[in-house]
Design a protein around this ligand. Structure first.
Ligand SMILES: [Fe+2]
Ligand SMILES: [Fe+2]
Length: 374
């Protein structure tokens, strides 16, 4: 019997939902000013498209568009409270106390948060516009903008895709890029820089104005954000090279190779700033940010000035060590990214349909195969 309440009963139905979630609707959400009339016209004129995407290329781009939409949603929340709210990124009016706590990590934090947010917005907007230009389904998650906003002064009160108030942050990216002997692609495990952040649920933004005091509590929230920024951007740093190995068309490869390294630029900035997070204990919940330059931390795996990647094993342990992005294994890369974002607590409160769609998009991307006559 047909269930009129669900459009998610099969992959085919989910895809038709995506098709109905038109590019034009997505454009309205992210702001027509960003797009200009040219790109909107593109979506209305499929006859102008040049060539078709393979189903695999379309699936990879569609998953990336969804991932970038989710990234944009979380960065927008950070920007409303701790970034720069301006004509490029309207929305929110800032929290002076939270912004000041972020600036303990670097006085330029508001500018960096603003620019990272804008970058993500252009990533999903561009990829969806490209998909539409090839008459391919786009990714539109608007119906899942249902999660609550922070009640802190400065945040917009609108529905969100992501939850920044119950984060479990895996901080193993810290040691992953400092180890000279291990690589996640070899199944190696990595120590946490802030073990407490990976063992509980913590806000990365003030949940309400009550979170603005006492000072060490607010600083712990800003520190959490600092480590979360690098967690997110390290994910993108690996996702693009991982998926690029399975695209077919040269132009799609160019898109992935051109966006991916901007994620790395973000990550590199954020891991430098995370090293400036002051050691402290949050008096409200006991969350500890350790001194990473002193025992039992310290040494090459933890020292905060070591922000360039250390060389490590790559492809085979028989080769000399090499300074590389890690991981870059392509098998299951999209599902791995979806799993990591879910474990991060970003989707706490989302509907089963959301998780079903995310898994479906990731599975389609992971089924894509490179299809080239060489
Ligand atoms: Fe991005
Ligand atoms: Fe990113």
């Amino acid at each position: 019997m047909k269930d009129p309440g669900s459009v998610f009963n099969s992959s085919a139905n989910r895809r038709s939902f995506l098709r109905k979630g038109t590019f034009a609707a997505g454009a309205a959400t992210c702001g027509a000013a960003l797009l200009g009339d040219g790109l909107l016209a593109l979506s209305k004129a499929p006859e102008e498209k040049s060539g078709r995407l393979t189903p695999g290329d379309a699936a990879i781009l569609r998953f990336l568009a969804a991932a970038e939409t989710l990234e944009t949603d979380l960065w927008q929340q950070y920007n409303e409270l701790g970034g720069i709210q301006d004509g490029e990124l309207p929305g929110g009016s800032g929290s002076a106390a939270y912004t000041a706590a972020l600036q303990v990590l670097d006085s330029d934090m508001p500018q960096y948060i603003h620019d990272n947010t804008e970058d993500e917005m252009t990533h999903f907007t561009f990829i969806n516009a490209y998909l539409a230009s090839k008459a391919a389904d786009t990714a539109n998650l608007d119906q899942f903008r249902t999660l609550p906003s922070s009640k802190a002064t400065g945040a917009q009160q609108i529905g969100r895709l992501t939850n920044l108030m119950q984060l479990t942050v895996d901080t193993s990216w810290w040691t992953r890029y400092r180890s000279r002997t291990k690589n996640p692609d070899f199944g190696d495990m990595f120590d946490q820089a802030v073990p407490g952040l990976n063992a509980g649920q913590f806000p990365g933004i003030p949940r309400d104005d009550g979170d603005l005091t006492p000072p060490d509590h607010l600083q712990a929230i800003a520190n959490t954000a600092g480590f979360h920024f690098a967690f997110i951007e390290q994910g993108g740093t690996s996702l693009y090279p991982s998926l690029a190995q399975r695209v077919t068309h040269r132009e799609v490869l160019r898109i992935l190779l051109s966006i991916g390294p901007t994620e790395t630029q973000h990550f590199q900035t954020w891991q430098d700033k995370a090293g400036n997070a002051p050691p402290l204990t949050d008096p409200t919940n006991g969350l500890v940010f350790p001194n990473l330059n002193a025992p039992p931390f310290g040494g090459e795996d933890f020292q905060t000035s070591l922000i360039m990647p250390e060389p490590t094993v790559f492809l085979s342990r028989k080769f000399p060590v090499c300074s590389i992005i890690r991981p870059t294994e392509t098998k299951g890369a999209a599902r791995g990214a979806a799993k990591a974002l879910t474990a991060n607590g970003l989707f706490i409160g989302q509907s089963p349909q959301f998780f079903e769609l995310l898994l479906d998009l990731a599975s389609d991307a992971d089924r894509a195969r490179r299809d080239v006559d060489e």
